[in-house]
Design a protein around this ligand. Structure first.
Ligand code: HEC
Length: 268
């Protein structure tokens, strides 16, 4: 019930907030979020994600229980906080989505094409398998410090690539990520834009994704956030788990390092 109400309440809050300053709207969104207390509707999605991990799927009829998210096969607790990281078996730096895809392909025998057909929900959808799995895995790192890998040379290159993508101006408006996220106190309409080049801004953002989007009634992942901001930048569609997506997330995770994971968060 609460879930269905959320959209309506959101519209009312948005109308009521028109014309407020950034600091005022932030305060109200904080209060609005507090009204949910510990009742993040993401709990249902987390349960679903856990169930999916243990469900046989694909031509090999296997579960994901042998999937190595970086801490050894089957270890989920604490894995998200240390991603993105380098994986020797693929010789790549991967984020959670790329890694889950790898396990679905190698262990369950599924095809990348089907996994990429619809990794993220469209508006009005009930949530995808990827979103549920990410919600559960991320929740298993709650309270742990963000500690992405940076010891392997590939991990350091991913950071450097992410940083250059962050400042790379392109598209019809010549925007970079930094155009919208390089200074404190900026906002577009009612949304405050965090300064992601700074530790505190990056930490507040990185620690709270994946997140339950109240206005959309679904859990969104950090990969989706990257893709949607790429779209806001009027860039071509960002592919889930791609080098660019992983590099941007590495840049954010390293800037946020040390802060404690608090995902799934609750967002507008
Ligand atoms: C045209 C402006 C614009 C550009 C360019 C842009 N973003 Fe965003 N970004 C936004 C807006 C607006 C939001 C908040 C959306 C909301 O509240 O619904 C946001 C939210 C985010 C968040 C989540 C912040 C939080 O606290 O939850 C992250 C992370 C982010 N953007 C990263 C990026 C990255 C990385 C790029 C470059 C690929 C980028 N953005 C480019 C406008 C932009």
């Amino acid at each position: 019930m609460k879930v269905r109400w959320a959209g309506g309440i959101t519209s009312l809050v948005l109308v009521w907030l028109a014309g407020w300053t950034a600091a005022e709207t932030d305060g109200v969104f904080d209060e609005y979020r507090a009204m949910f207390g510990d009742d993040n509707p993401a709990v249902f999605v987390i349960d679903e994600g856990e169930e999916l991990w243990f469900t046989r799927a694909g031509p090999k009829s296997a579960t994901l229980e042998q999937c190595d998210l970086g801490l050894g096969p089957g270890i989920v607790q604490g894995a998200y906080a240390q991603l993105p990281r380098y994986f020797e078996d693929v010789n790549l730096v991967q984020d959670l989505e790329a890694r889950l895809e790898h396990c679905m392909v190698t262990q369950q025998g599924r095809s990348s094409e089907t996994i990429h057909a619809r990794p993220y929900s469209l508006r009005g959808d009930l949530g995808t398998e990827m979103e549920a799995l990410v919600a559960w895995v991320a929740e298993q790192s709650r309270g742990l410090p963000i500690a992405p890998g940076q010891s392997h040379p590939e991990e350091r290159s991913a950071y450097v690539l992410g940083e250059s993508l962050f400042f790379f101006r392109a598209g019809p408006h010549d925007f970079s990520c930094a155009t919208c996220h390089g200074q404190e106190g900026k906002r577009i309409r009612l949304q405050s834009l965090p300064d992601l080049t700074d530790h505190s801004g990056a930490a507040a953002a990185y620690a709270t994704w994946p997140a339950y989007r109240i206005s959309q009634g679904i859990v969104r992942t950090m990969g989706w956030r990257m893709r949607d901001c790429f779209r806001q930048q009027r860039m071509p569609e960002l592919v889930m788990g791609s080098e660019a997506s992983v590099a941007l997330q590495t840049y954010l995770a390293v800037n946020a390092a040390g802060a404690k994971m608090a995902a799934p968060g609750l967002k507008r």
